[in-house]
Design a protein around this ligand. Structure first.
Ligand code: IMP
Ligand code: MG
Length: 186
C-alpha cells in the first residue's frame, strides 16, 4: 500500500515546540569534539554512526574533530514505523571493516529503552576493538528498560517523542535542523 502523502500544513502542525535549538546542539558538539581530540590523539580512531538517526549528528561531529579519524556506519532496527518499540535488533547494514585495529566511538541519536544500544554494544565488544565508547546526542533515562550508560551524553530529555536533527517519525522530520517535540494529538 502507498504511504499517504502528508500535507505540508499537517506536517508543520505536528512540530509542537522546539526543545533544543541549532545553536545549543552546535555548542555541545564542539565540547564532544574537544574531548575526542584529547582522548584519541595519536590513536587509530573510527567513528561509528548508527543509521539512520545519527547521520546528521555524525556529519556535524566529524567536521569538528581535528585528529585523524575514519567514519563507518551500521544500520540496525529495533523500532517499527511508528512510536512503539519492538525490542528486537536486526542488522540491516553492517560495518564495512574489521574494528580490531581501531578505537571505536559509537555515535547514536538517542537512548530510549536502551535495547538497541545494549545489543549494539554487546555485538561490537565481541569484535574486539582497541576500545569502545558511546556518545549519544539524546538520552531519555525515564524510559530505560535495559541498563545502558553513555560515556558522553549531549542532552538528557524528559519522556517525550522528539523529531528532527536525524530523528524521525515515520521517516519524516529527519531534516529539521533543531530537535522538536512531536505533536501526536489528532
Ligand atoms: P531504544 O532501543 O528503545 O533505546 O531505541 C533507540 C531507537 O529508537 C533510536 O535509535 C531511535 O531510532 C528510536 N527512538 C527512540 N525514541 C525516539 C524519539 O523520541 N524520537 C524518534 N526516535 C526515537
Ligand atoms: Mg527511528
Amino acid at each position: 500500500m502507498m504511504k499517504p502523502i502528508l500535507s505540508t500544513q499537517d506536517y508543520q502542525n505536528r512540530i509542537k515546540t522546539i526543545l533544543i535549538t541549532e545553536e545549543e546542539i552546535q555548542e555541545e558538539i564542539k565540547k564532544v569534539a574537544v574531548k575526542i581530540d584529547a582522548l584519541y590523539d595519536g590513536r587509530p580512531l573510527l567513528l561509528v554512526g548508527i543509521l539512520k538517526g545519527s547521520f546528521v549528528f555524525m556529519a556535524d561531529v566529524c567536521r569538528r574533530v581535528s585528529v585523524p579519524c575514519e567514519v563507518a556506519f551500521m544500520r540496525v532496527q529495533s523500532y517499527f514505523d511508528g512510536t512503539v518499540s519492538s525490542g528486537n535488533l536486526k542488522i540491516l547494514m553492517d560495518l564495512d571493516r574489521d574494528v580490531t585495529k581501531y578505537h571505536v566511538v559509537i555515535l547514536e541519536d538517542i537512548i530510549d529503552t536502551g535495547r538497541t544500544l545494549a545489543e549494539v554494544l554487546k555485538l561490537l565488544k565481541e569484535r574486539n576493538p582497541l576500545s569502545l565508547t558511546l556518545v549519544t546526542l539524546l538520552d531519555k533515562p525515564d524510559r530505560r528498560v535495559v541498563e545502558v550508560k553513555a560515556d558522553h551524553t549531549l542532552f538528557t530529555i524528559p519522556d517525550r517523542f522528539v523529531i528532527g536533527y536525524g530523528l524521525d517519525c515515520a521517516e519524516y522530520y529527519r531534516n529539521l535542523p533543531y530537535i522538536a517535540e512531536y505533536n501526536s494529538e489528532e
